[in-house]
Design a binder for this molecule. Structure first.
Ligand SMILES: Nc1ncnc2c1ncn2[C@@H]1O[C@H](COP(=O)(O)OP(=O)(O)OP(=O)(O)O)[C@@H](O)[C@H]1O
Ligand SMILES: [Mg+2]
Length: 246
């Protein structure tokens, strides 16, 4: 399943609340790339991630994961959910130790105890939290908690990692750490990442391609460099230069 080159294909997706908040004709994402979603507040960025992650149902449209439609087959859907994971801006950790938080996804997926220990130790090292393995998650600072959340999310090597402003509340050192982790992941695995960010500089530093979402629609999508140096749509330019009032 994760062998497919096209990881995600979205077609004619519509979501309404009291008004239409998303209308995406087509979106195709490839394996091994980091995609950034940028756009004003209320553009539909989080809603799109939630629909992709199947936390929210679309009113219309189809999403194909790894070349397969999101069929209503419950088993398919469960397999699929095990291939992707979403990290929110505000982390919700389990009420247990740092180690157990990271180990959780591996346990439910049936990994052996030894393998779990090995992986969790490696991840703790990578996120710089080795000393905190035995700490209760409730006592962590925001930056530490967010690093645990990312480690927990990637522990089982999902094919698709969804990040909703994962660094919005962090100080610059923690932001850099998180960005480095994401770039390392890209280098060392075939993971596909979709990252919503308010920070256009971050999109520029981390992503391969940028999707500019405005009023529920994709105004422009392209290579990060092109979007930042020669955007085709004036609204994209206005947004990245901070001239867009919203
Ligand atoms: N559960 C809901 N019920 C009603 N309206 C909703 C709901 N969730 C989102 N919306 C509306 O849908 C629109 C898109 O919301 P969404 O959270 O996707 O925006 P966003 O691009 O993530 O914004 P931000 O940058 O502020 O996080 C907004 O107008 C929001 O108020
Ligand atoms: Mg949002």
């Amino acid at each position: 399943m994760p062998g497919a080159k096209v990881v995600l294909r979205v077609e004619n997706l519509v979501k309404r609340y009291d008004r239409e908040v998303l209308n995406i004709e087509r979106l195709v994402l490839h394996r091994g790339k980091i995609y950034g979603i940028i756009g004003p507040s209320g553009a539909g960025k989080s809603t799109l991630l939630r629909i992709i992650n199947q936390l929210v149902k679309a009113d219309r449209g189809e999403i194909y994961y790894f070349g397969r439609s999101n069929s209503h087959n419950a088993k398919d859907s469960l397999d699929l959910r095990r291939q992707m994971t979403l990290v929110f801006q505000k982390t919700i950790l389990f009420r247990t130790t740092v180690f157990e938080n990271i180990a959780y996804g591996l346990k439910v997926r049936g990994f052996k105890k030894q393998e779990i220990k090995k992986r969790v130790d490696t991840l703790l090292e990578q996120v710089g939290l080795k000393e905190l393995a035995g700490r209760h998650a409730a006592t962590l600072s925001g930056g530490e908690a967010q690093r645990v959340a990312l480690a927990r999310a990637v522990a089982f090597e999902p094919a698709l990692l969804l990040l909703d402003e994962p660094t919005a509340n962090l100080d610059p050192a923690n932001v850099e750490l998180m960005e480095r982790l994401i770039l390392d992941l890209k280098r060392n695995t075939s993971i596909t990442v979709i990252m919503v960010t308010h920070n256009v500089f971050q999109a520029r530093r981390v992503t391969d391609e940028v999707i500019f979402l405005y009023d529920g629609r994709i105004v422009e999508m392209g290579e990060t460099k092109q979007i930042f140096t020669a955007p085709h749509d004036p609204r994209t330019g206005a947004f990245i230069e901070g001239r867009m009032i919203y």
